[in-house]
Each structure stands twice: as C-alpha cells, then as structure tokens.
Design a protein around this ligand. Sequence first.
Ligand code: NAP
Length: 486
Amino acid sequence: MVSRVIPVEPFDLVIFGGTGDLARRKILPALFRRFRGGQMPAGARIIGTARGGLDTVGYRSLVAEALHEFSGEGSGAEINAFLQRVSYVTVDAAGDTGWLKLREPIEEEQGPRVRLFYFSVRPRLFGGLAERIYRHGMARGARIVVEKPFGKDLDTARELNQMLAAYFYESQIYRIDHYLGKETVQNLMAIRFGNMLFEPLWNSQYVDHIQITVAETVDVAGREAYYDRAGAMRDMMQNHLMQLLCLIAMEPPAKFDSDAVRDEKLKVIRALDPVQPHHIVRGQFEGDAAAGLKSYRESVGNPRSATESYVALKAHISNWRWAGTPFYLRTGKRLVARSSVINVMFKDAPHSIFGEDAGRHANLLSIRLQPDEGITLKVTIKEPGQGGMRLVDVPLDMSFAEALGQEGSHPADAYERLIMDVIRGNQTLFMRGDEVEAAWAWTDPVIEGWTARGDVPKPYVSASTGPDDADLLMRRDGREWRGIRP
Ligand code: NAP
C-alpha cells in the first residue's frame, strides 16, 4: 500500500506556547513527521513563541531535544533540515512584548501563504491572543487552532466562543479534539457510509446497545490541579466520548464536507435525553501501597476531593433511528488496560432453529481506536468436528497493521492529520462552536445534579475495570460490559 502525499500550500505556523509540553510532545513531532513524509512545502515556516527569553538558536536546540525524546525517528541530517524552517520570537500573549517582531517575518513578501496561529497556551489567554492578532493586523485570512479544554461549562464555552467570534469568523476557528484525528475514527465513517453491509442494520431494530469505552492506565500525574477541578466528565466525556457517540449515531451527511458532517453530529447531541441520576456511576481510584501507587485523593493532594477519575453512564438518543437502544459510555484513569473501543452489540437472531442447546449468539462489531487500531466482527458458526450442531462465536478480525502493512501499522498521528487539515482549510474533523455549546448544555445538568445531591464517587481498585456499581448499571439491564483489554 503506497501512501499518497497530498501537497499543501506554503504556510507560516505560529505556535503560541511553543516551549510547552504539548508543543514538544505532539505539535513539533507531528510537523517533523510531515516534513519527513515530504508534505512540507519549501518555504513553510514554523515560528515558536513564548515569554521565555530564547533566541532562534536556543529554540532550535529545544526542538531538536523534543524530537529526540518524543519522535524517536529521523536522522541528524533530517532534523537539521527541519530546524532550518524553525525560528523563535519572544511574545507575551497577555501583554505587548514581541508583537511587532512577530509581524516582521509574517509581513515579508513571500507570495500567497496560509497563516496559522496555534493557541497552545492556557485557555484564559485565548481572548487576549485573538484580540492582539487582530489588532496587529494578522487576523485577516488567518486560521486559529484552539486546544481543549474549551470551557468548563456552557457559560464559559459561550464566553470563549464570543471572544473568538469578535475577531475571527467561524470558518477561521479550528477547535481541536485529537480523538477526531485518529485513523479509526475516520474509518468509522468509511465503514458506515462506504459499505452497504452495515448501514441497513444500524438502528434500534437490529442494534441491542452500544458500548463506548475509553480506558487509561495512567493517573493524573502532571495535571493534578487542573484535573481535580475538571474530573472525567469534563475532561473526557464531554468531548472525546461525545464525539465518538456522534459519529456512531449520526445520520448519513449528504456529503463529506465540514458543515454537512457537523450538522449531523449536532443533531445527535440535541437529541440526547437528560441523563437520569441512577444512570450515572462515578468512581475514584484507590491507592495500592504494595505497588507504591497513591490514591486519587493523595495524588491530587486533596483528602476531601469529590472529583471523579471514572465515570460511566447510560444515554438515550430520542430519534427514530435510536429510540430504545441505550448507549453505555465509560472512561476512567488507572484502569486495567489502555484501551479505546466502541462495541456495537447486535440483537439475537429472532428465532433459533438450532434449539435451546445451541445457546444464544449475537453479532458484535468491535471498533478499536487504540492501541491496536482495527475492527473485529464477531460471527456465529458451527463448531468444527463431530457431535451435532454446536455453535461458536469467532472473530473476523481486521487489524489495520496486518491488512494494510506499513501504512496500517504506522497510521498518521492524530496531530499530523489535524494540523495538515487546518493548512488545507478542512474543518470536518474540528468541533464547531454550536456543537461544543450543545455538548456542554447536555453535560452541565449532569454535573449540577451530582453536585446538588452531594454525591461522592465510589472507590475502585487500581488496575481494575472500575467501580462495581458500573457493572450493576449494566446488570440491571441484563447486559454486561465487554472486558477492557489492551
Ligand atoms: P505548558 O507545558 O504549561 O506550556 C505553556 C506554554 O505557554 C509555555 O510555552 C509557556 O511559556 C507559554 N505561555 C504561558 N503564558 C504565556 C503568555 N502570557 N504569553 C505567551 N506564552 C505563554 O502547557 P501545555 O501542557 O503545553 O498545554 C498548552 C495548552 O494545550 C493548554 O490549553 C492545555 O490545556 C492544552 N492541552 C495540553 C495537552 C498536553 O498533553 N499537554 C493535551 C491537551 C490539551 P512561557 O512560560 O515561557 O511563556
């Protein structure tokens, strides 16, 4: 399988927060991979900025270190060639320092080029950044990339949207959710809308329920203060899991273009019923002294914290397609394995011609997002050998790594794809302002509800599948979670 490199226009990419963790771990390695992949046109420039008093030489060595640490690929010569595209300007996002200097390279006459500003700084700086880019005459035709978290509730998200809208059109704003840049997430749309096979069955008549799991083994290290204010509901459910839910549940858009896709996603969010309090389970991981692991409360240094490191819930979408099919969503930290997977559980065949002894068998379509991206369809066949008609479930497994060789085993990192999409001006995989607000409008009452009730998260054992109550949530409905496997 040969990868196709679709050229992009020459660009100037300004990274605000160019010395930060996200820039070093994700943004710069992603750009380097695209450079190595031959997708960075001659004349493309990357301008790192922060308040720290570096110069271009100092910044290039910081970038080189970051590439060694987080990319682990490319020869010294390739890194050096990449670094020639990189420069640095000291800029204060909240003050006047550096803005005139930042304009100089951007103003140089270089022919038509795409101009991007990546806001890889704390959200409270977004408004000031937008205003200063505008005031210094750099907003026209530019694109801005905005990192999560996009607000902490509906009011703050609205406020952020309004701040950005004061200086930029919606068509210039790219709100990033890196889950949408994953290969399998886009494959979800290809599977649903590129095949005849699944779409006729994709409704409550044939689908019993859908499970979406995003399990992490890591805890909150390095993000303690932020996480203890946010919790799993705001940090993961409101954005990543909601986005997956939208892609699984949406109607076919008329075409694969950004507003058509985002219109359909928005309709799903708006069709979500409010979540019933008894359909929510929150958890907090316990410590494990033998393994030297701190509890959640010890990790965040807040012995009375009521923030959840795990949340599971049952959601209903009130529309013709999905009425009667529940969606079970769960996400948590310090769980048994790192695994993001969507399981579409089909209903049993209406009548078994093989009698009671054959047992019950239902099809399952399992879509793995990470770590091993791929798709498995579980089908029922006859157990081989003598002894009558015994049935057994076997997987039809398509690991992208096996099926697609080199390309499948090294799918582009989400950030690579998303940054290139911004340069191409393709907003399909970015959240629109109204989508984010609708997601908060659904999330806020859930959080307000448990806060008003004074609910305390249930403890769960480190490296487990989460609190027992999450299993109960399923068992009450006569169902069970699929295992969490790496
Ligand atoms: P970080 O490591 O704290 O880096 C912050 C960066 O912003 C630094 O380069 C800092 O450099 C710069 N900065 C701070 N105040 C500034 C100001 N007034 N003017 C100009 N630059 C300023 O943060 P991060 O982890 O990279 O996160 C950046 C953003 O991405 C945040 O919104 C975060 O929520 C989001 N995000 C991060 C991750 C991740 O994995 N790290 C994942 C998802 C989303 P100076 O102090 O030298 O100015």
